[in-house]
Design a protein around this ligand. Structure first.
Ligand code: GCB
Length: 604
């Protein structure tokens, strides 16, 4: 699936704007054929989560219906017409007029429908989308089945209690402890399970004979790069031509199409390599030819670079690279998870201001616009699956198959971006059982089969007995000493972190990224000596972790949790937001941001 674009053979119409919206509180919208018209609807902004657009939708878990009317331009005749959703969910069901087009599960990857049979150029159509943001024991990510407290993610503890309560009386305390872990809405992760059409919806007009997909890979040998374009096509075109341009230089090559596929290789002597300090991009134009006549084209940018992993290091273009940055969320006041290019630009400019060179798309794939901008501005991205909060009971063939499909979709979408240097196949799943090693081992193998050029990691918390350390290329650990453990004791935290890093590396001989560490701070709360929740304590904790991380020659980076404060479910450990941000939710720097800027701007 190619990212939609308008060029001399293609057209895109944005359906972003104000749609109509109704909550389906009785769950009978389908029975009442709401695609024919929404009852008592109100306006809603698309893209955007529904949560913060009205007071009564803030914590709503259930189904909400969206509707809008649009015209298909009269000149779009004899074309293939598609309707593309960049991200909506958690699940979406779509109707065009009274025709059911289909559905999609998972809110963070694009999906599209061919509507050529239903849509008539020059006519007005009604588009209806039913969104359900409820999560269950088999969704990715998992969650409670409704907005009550019946959650997934704690089955291990519940089972342990019933098994051991006759032998160990203390274990009877566990139901109480479990109760205190609950949050509202109940999900086994720490960000709001937003609902809505989070990313743009687009109506696309593409040629019937067309370029279907373009995969770009590069092989760099000494002073020459071979860039290979794998192109799939639809229809009867015979040749495909690729022109690669940089500045005023261009190179061209073509190949014959066989069975809807062609491979074009272009040699580039002395390539300008992509690197965060010099994010050189090449421009490629792929042209589809029928009897030498161009009938479709697609433009894309790409970068030439290599990534390798040794026992101690990550190498970018053969040289060690150290990741400094923060994990993010798609989260902003009022927009929720909704895409705003202005917020994106603001965030990337703040990351540059900090001196960060990387980030992780915790805990799901972000809008592709993030990667496009990361390519241009020079950020190294760890691209994460939506596999967050998996418990050990989920390690079944059925769920594995689901995760493999998601990984395929992710690599299909993001594989061409030079900024993506590593796939993260999960965040903090249960990894203390051998079944975790088998499950994530198979997922890693799937990633390698689709994309041998990138290392694979998993952000783990069950240190040191983590079975997935055996199957990943880079070990990533999320650590909260000095916060959830040993609060207020930075010296103890530093000692524990240091011992743990040494022990993991001694056993596994793999590079380690500290993929999360941090402390909440309420902007404006101060204390001396530093106490938890103050700006001083957050800054001191980050600094002391970084001193430890940098003292090891096998660590490959420091990723702070989190770039900015973000919205969470309600629980007594959160004050409306998770406040581990370097910035407030509206992107004003806390003390820690200034401290990190000083550290990062001067390099490792
Ligand atoms: C973690 C999770 C992240 C949480 C964070 C926290 O380990 O990966 O999703 O938000 O801790 O602040 O508790």
């Amino acid at each position: 699936m190619l990212y939609p674009q308008a060029n001399s053979h293609r057209d895109v119409l944005s359906l972003s704007g104000i749609w109509q919206f109704s909550l389906d509180l009785e769950g009978d919208g389908e029975r009442h054929r709401w695609w024919q018209g929404l009852p008592s609807s109100r306006p809603i902004g698309v893209p955007g989560s529904w949560n913060e657009q009205y007071q009564d939708t803030m914590f709503f878990m259930g189904t909400g219906w969206y509707q809008t009317d649009f015209y298909v331009p009269a000149q779009w005749r004899a074309r293939t017409l598609t309707l593309r959703f960049e991200g909506a969910g958690h699940s979406a069901t779509v109707w065009l007029d009274s025709e059911l087009l289909g559905g999609h599960e998972g809110g963070s990857l694009p999906f599209e429908f061919d509507i050529s049979r239903h849509a008539k150029p020059g006519r007005k159509h009604r588009l209806t989308v039913k969104i359900d943001n409820r999560l269950g024991p088999k969704t990715i990510p998992p969650g409670g089945t409704d907005q009550s407290n019946e959650g997934a993610g704690s089955s291990f503890l519940a089972e342990a209690i019933s098994n051991f309560s006759s032998i160990l009386p203390e274990i009877q305390m566990l139901p109480f402890l479990l109760e205190t872990r609950k949050q509202y809405p109940q999900v086994p992760f720490d960000f709001l399970p937003y609902g809505g059409i989070h990313r743009p919806v687009k109506l696309c007009s593409i040629p019937k004979d067309r370029i279907q997909n373009v995969r770009i890979r590069n092989d760099v040998k000494r002073t020459r790069a071979a860039v290979v374009f794998d192109i799939s096509t639809v229809g009867s075109a015979t040749f495909v031509e690729v022109t690669v341009t940089r500045g005023n230089k261009s190179v061209k090559a073509e190949a014959r199409i066989g069975d809807g596929h062609a491979q074009v290789e272009i040699g580039i002597p002395k390539p300008a390599l992509w690197h965060p300090d010099s994010p050189h991009l090449y421009h490629a134009t792929v042209t589809l030819l029928k009897n030498t006549k161009p009938i479709d084209e697609y433009h894309t940018e790409f970068g030439i670079r290599t990534v390798e992993v040794t026992e101690n290091q990550m190498l970018l273009n053969g040289k060690p690279i150290y990741l400094q940055g923060a994990c993010k969320h798609e989260d902003f006041p009022i927009l929720g998870r909704g895409l705003s290019e202005a917020v994106l630009v603001k965030d990337f400019s703040l990351m540059k201001w900090l001196g960060a060179n990387s980030f992780r798309t915790s805990h799901y794939p972000y809008a592709e616009e993030y990667l496009m901008l990361a390519d241009r501005m020079g950020f190294l991205v760890i691209d994460e699956m939506p596999t967050v909060g998996l418990d050990y009971k989920m390690y079944t063939d059925e769920i594995l198959h689901k995760c493999q499909n998601l990984l395929t979709e992710l690599i299909e979408r993001d594989g061409n971006h030079p900024s993506v240097i590593m796939w993260s196949i999960a965040n903090e799943p249960d990894t203390f059982t051998e079944s975790a090693r088998d499950f994530f081992g198979k997922l890693r193998a799937h990633a390698k089969a689709l994309d041998p050029s990138r290392p694979v990691t998993l952000a783990a918390m069950h240190v040191p007995t983590d079975y997935t350390f055996e199957v990943v290329d880079v070990i990533s650990i999320n650590r909260y000493y000095g916060w959830y453990f040993d609060p207020g004791q930075l010296d103890v935290a530093a000692r524990k972190l240091s011992e743990e890093l040494d022990a993991i590396h001694a056993q596994h001989k793999k590079p380690i990224l500290v993929s999360e560490f941090g402390a909440d701070s309420m902007a404006g709360l101060h204390s001396d000596p530093p106490e938890i929740f103050t700006e001083e304590y957050q800054a001191a904790l980050l600094k002391s972790y970084i001193d430890v991380i940098r003292s090891k020659d096998f660590t490959v980076g420091e990723h702070i949790w989190n770039f900015a404060d973000f919205k969470t479910p309600q629980t007594y450990t959160r004050t409306v937001l998770n406040r581990k941000g370097l910035f407030t939710r509206d992107r004003q720097p806390k003390l820690a941001a200034h401290v990190m800027r000083q550290l990062w701007q001067s390099g490792r």
